[in-house]
Design a protein around this ligand. Structure first.
Ligand code: TRP
Length: 343
């Protein structure tokens, strides 16, 4: 039997997940897990929250529970796939420190995700009352730890010898830095780490009902844990083709958000819907009702599972995952210390 490939992926502890998180990564974790060829590890990046959101970090515990509840509801299986908090496995900080010596600050400054985050933070800060209280706004905009975001992520992945990293497409630049760090380590100290590969899905960019990228900060999310009524209301308010004003006007499915949802959650009917939209036979209201029904149908089992899981259930899963994660992480650090001749 060939050795199963190791998957390591994670998400920042930001609370309840939305459709974009689901179709961009979570659903793929479950698929790969069930495919049998992989050994999955899933991490709650709670330290990473501090890089851009330290003033809101008092929510980390609740946000962790809500997020892992969504993981479990979507089918991540705790027997098969350990789930754990970064902050509960000390080796993350240790490997992060060592890796921080293997990458230049110039390389980290070129990280496109960082530039985008700093831009968002600057905007947020300019609108917030906090701005007056903060003497050194630049320090808030980019701390030393924030610059090192991808270094910590490299430690997350390589601590578990992750070879496959299913993530949202915005994470690919971080995986590239991980590969560079692995390569550099191996060149200096001998072959220890794999060069992990990022894997994205067919639906990496789920639009919100308003047509912008679905994102918590834009307030345009459809949550996995929403009720059926909430979901339907959001779909009914979605932006469609602006040229389709009256029910029987011909529409352009290729620019319609609702059609995009159909392609994902109602695959069987997409061709028919596209044709009827174009010909004007199908109006937006009927099309949206159908979409909401299909989406709710898809999410129903997940939501039932979600409602059955208590906070303690989730915390038990994490405690067990953390024991298993520590054991793997400890083995890696032994190899690292050995390769680096710490003795
Ligand atoms: N940066 C990732 C995100 O924002 C979260 C993350 C942290 C991660 N460590 C990771 C993802 C390791 C994959 C592998 O979603």
């Amino acid at each position: 039997m060939t050795k199963r490939k190791r998957i390591l992926s994670g998400m920042r502890a930001t609370g309840r997940l939305h459709l974009g998180n689901y179709t961009g990564a979570l659903e793929n974790w479950v698929k790969l897990q069930n495919d049998g060829g992989y050994e999955n590890y899933h991490l709650v990046a709670d330290y990473h929250v501090l890089t851009t959101d330290i003033e809101n970090s008092f929510n980390i515990r609740d946000n962790t529970i809500e997020m892992v509840r969504d993981w479990l509801s979507a089918g991540v299986d705790p027997e098969h796939s350990p789930m754990f908090r970064q902050s509960r496995v000390k080796e993350h900080t240790e490997l992060h420190l060592l890796f921080s010596m293997l990458v230049t600050t110039a390389r980290l400054q070129r990280n496109p995700t960082l530039k985008e985050q700093v831009r968002d933070l600057r905007e947020k800060l300019s609108k917030s009352a906090l701005a007056d209280d903060i003497e050194d706004t630049e320090a808030v905009l980019m701390s030393y730890g924030h610059l090192g975001y991808p270094v910590l992520q490299a430690a997350d992945i390589l601590l578990y010898m992750g070879e496959v990293v299913p993530v949202g497409e915005d994470q690919l630049p971080h995986i590239e830095i991980t590969r560079e760090i692995a390569r550099r380590f191996n060149r200096i100290f001998g072959d220890v780490f794999p060069e992990p590969e990022g894997v994205i899905t067919k639906f990496p960019r789920m639009p919100g009902p308003d047509g912008r990228r679905m994102s918590k900060s834009l307030g345009n999310t459809i949550l996995l844990g929403d009720t059926e009524e909430e979901t339907a209301k959001k779909i009914m308010s979605a932006v469609t083709d602006p040229q389709k004003v009256r029910k029987n006007d011909p529409g352009r499915p290729e620019i319609c958000n609702v059609y995009y949802y159909h392609t994902k959650f109602n695959e069987a009917e997409t061709e028919e819907i596209a044709a009827d939209c174009r010909s004007g036979a199908l109006g937006c209201v009927a099309c949206k009702k159908n979409c909401a029904a299909k989406l709710n149908e898809h999410l129903r089992p997940l939501r039932e599972k979600r409602n059955s899981l208590s906070d303690d259930d989730v915390l038990d899963v994490l405690a067990d995952g953390e024991t298993r994660a520590r054991s793997t992480a400890g083995e890696t650090m032994a190899q690292v210390r050995n390769a680096m001749k710490f003795g």
